[in-house]
Design a protein around this ligand. Structure first.
Ligand code: NAD
Length: 361
């Protein structure tokens, strides 16, 4: 499938140029996490002032330290970090004071985590979301952009996924993200609170945690290949996803926040590439890219375990709506994203060039 990439930066560069002219104040929640830390980085590099909030439930201080080292002292001085919890309404009120735009990323991700601990997922993803929404409304925030998920499509069979056609949720996590969209919609119609929901499709990139039981597939497999651990595919390998590099997600957030004031008060958009990749193909792609520097990886094979409950079989996003309304065009496809991300993983894992053995089957 042909993927159009690389020209999305035009809408983004126009928006960033306008923001540089008239800098704004932003709140990023979940800023010590993977996606949140990229948003902080991009906003500081664009001359913005950023307040950010995290309780380190899954995020890490090193992510913020890494951003500080990348953006330099002047930009970092425009950032204020607040350690706090979105489940606390007062914290949400205080971080929303004098904020123009909120990029709300804080949540407990992962379908399996939500199946194991649904009450925890609900408390952060629904109650915490509502606290942020209320605080944004009370403090006159211009627009709130929030992380929804492709999980909202649940059991709807259509491919590619188009925003109005959703099915029954397949996990508590999917329920929480659907509830976010419903609340945002009601806040738009009831209080005039403007928002944009972004249904992310399998985001990957630097600073994504490779460890723990709920780690995402790309960092987990890269680490496994580099350390010689088994790579496990749940199911037959034909399960497919639309893998989205984190820079595309940053683009969508900034375009969503800065869309025209007159535009629809609340709208949801797919954020992806429109590129369907099976898990087997993904494995081979990562292995072959790594093998260029680590020849021992070239013959690694993966192990197939049973399917996991709650996992959607196929996922592919139609990105027409976000292209038409926000001017989004992905700047990175899977391969371009993997090349950037792998370099970071190799450095962070500290893998010795030429010293890797093939991952055991
Ligand atoms: P992440 O776990 O790296 O980041 C989430 C951050 O939120 C963490 O830093 C965590 O400490 C923080 N957090 C959690 N609970 C909190 C609380 N109660 N108060 C304050 N901070 C809290 O995950 P991510 O991959 O960066 O995901 C960001 C958002 O995108 C989440 O809402 C997630 O559901 C959504 N999303 C991610 C993907 C993906 O592929 N990564 C796909 C779809 C949706």
């Amino acid at each position: 499938m042909a993927v159009v990439t690389g020209i999305g930066d035009s809408a983004l560069s126009r928006t960033l140029a306008a923001l540089k002219e008239r800098p704004a104040r932003w709140l990023v929640t979940g800023s010590a996490g993977f996606i949140g830390s990229h948003l902080v980085e991009a906003l500081l590099q664009a001359g913005q002032t950023v307040v950010s909030l995290d309780n380190f439930a899954t995020g890490r201080r090193e992510n913020l330290d890494h951003v500080a080292s990348l953006v330099g002292p002047e930009a970092w001085s425009r950032h204020r970090f607040v350690e706090g919890d979105i489940r606390d309404p007062e914290t949400c009120q205080s971080v929303c004071a004098s904020i123009d735009y909120v990029l709300h990323q804080a949540a407990l991700g992962s379908v399996p985590r939500s199946i194991a601990r649904p009450v925890d997922s609900h408390a952060t993803n629904v109650n915490g979301f509502l606290n942020i929404l209320v605080a944004a409304r009370d403090n006159g925030v211009k627009r709130l952009v929030y992380a929804s998920s492709s999980a909202v499509y649940g059991d709807h069979p259509a491919l590619p996924k188009v925003e109005p056609e959703i099915g029954r949720p397949l996990s508590p996590y999917a329920v929480t993200k659907r509830v976010n969209e419903l609340y945002a919609d009601v806040f738009a119609s009831t209080y005039g609170m403007k928002s944009v929901g972004l249904r992310y499709f399998n985001v990957f990139g630097p600073r994504q945690d490779p460890d723990g039981p709920y780690a995402a597939v790309i960092p987990r497999w890269v680490k496994a290949l580099l350390t010689g651990d088994p790579v496990v595919i749940y199911g037959d390998g034909e399960t497919s996803r639309d893998f989205c590099y984190v820079k595309n997600v940053v683009q969508a957030n900034i375009l969503g926040a800065c869309r025209d004031e007159q535009d629809t008060p609340h709208e949801v958009f797919n954020v992806a590439v429109f590129q369907r990749t099976s898990l087997q193909t993904l494995f081979e792609c990562i292995r072959d890219l790594l093998a260029r520097d680590f020849p021992g990886v070239a013959t690694a094979q993966c192990r197939h375990d049973p399917f996991r409950p709650g996992d959607v079989r196929h996922s592919l996003a139609d990105i027409t709506r976000i292209g038409d309304r926000l001017g989004y065009v992905p700047s990175h496809d899977l391969r371009q994203g993997l090349v950037d991300a792998l370099e970071w993983y190799v450095n962070s894992i500290g893998a010795p060039v030429g010293g890797i053995q093939a991952g055991s089957g």
